[in-house]
Design a protein around this ligand. Sequence first.
Ligand code: MLT
Length: 410
Amino acid sequence: MAKINTHYQKLQAGYLFPEIGKRVRAYAAAHPATRIIRLGIGDVVLPLPAPIVDAIKTAADEMARKETFRGYGPEQGYEFLLDAIAANYRSQGAQVSPDEIFVSDGAKCDTANMQEIFSLDSVVAVTDPVYPVYVDTNVMAGRTGPADSDGRYQRLVYLPTTAANDFDPPLPDGRADLVYLCSPNNPTGAVMSRASLARWVAWAKQHEAIILFDAAYEAFVREPGLPRSIFEIPGAREVALEFRSFSKTAGFTGTRCAFTVIPKELKARDDSGAWVALHGLWNRRHTTKFNGVSYPIQRAAAAVFSPEGAAGAHANIDYTMENARLIREGLARAGYRVFGGVNAPYIWMQVPASMTSWQYFDRLLAEANVVGTPGSGFGSCGEGYFRLSAFGFRENVEEAVERIRTKLPA
Ligand code: MLT
């Protein structure tokens, strides 16, 4: 008799973004004449820069010729891309060697899958609010008990990250073996300072814990002096791994390419108490379950680091961050308390006290025809907040802000 993985039955609602999509589709079907502006999921809208598209075309032509055709590539990624990534780290003040990098088709998958190489009895800590993938995948794996009425799972350690602590994740009170940190943060838009990261690295060392550092939005850091990689912090290579992505950095959400860095020094204990390098475990997992990103897409990713490709990617980021400024300042003028949007493409706003964040979602959709993401979808500390994404066309962003200001001021 086939039986299911009953841990899946503990999961609360459907995954957040498909759930929002379902509600928006239902509203659109009932109001076909309405022009809905979508600032919910953080999905890029600008076309790929020309040098990046040219790299795909050239690589596709290579695949059409006997002399240059390629079959399976190295599962970890082609050397030309690994070298370009390592050089980029060096330029940011972090030491990463090419053979510590694992190219993949998405940071979502990597953040979801990384937990597989850790013991099932690991105690996992997450910030609250949090990117839901970290939580749901640990629930699926069986590392948690059921959820309580606030949607919080037993055995998970939640670190409230709110306006009260300037969205700086507090260290856990008790035991935590694995900690997911995301900076610049999705959803709050906050960036962890060097001092904050250094505090976490020291804590992880002291507790033999591992930091799973999600830097998918590092390219949006604008203010000088803020860290883009945890590997800028001395000692981090012994306690942290890092996820990065081309999705938001260079418009690859539909193209798919990302990577994870696992330093050779990074170790955790086995059942006998012996230290084991995580690099070897992830390499074993990656080579067993993944056959690499396609050659043309890896060429496209490498082109992101060329002077012309980087200029195109930066121009798109500038455009998005100008959107972020317009949203942030427009909402503040409409009376909202707003956070983020300075070093991240997300604006985290407080909803009027009379409403829950889902109620605000419904009203914003019905009255302003604007879609955002309810804060409670990211955790119980997200209740009372709402996330707007700055990815969008300028005219839509401007119109969305104007609609919110006139139809639903704070
Ligand atoms: C988001 O809107 O939070 C992101 O687009 C989700 C993701 O990158 O998977």
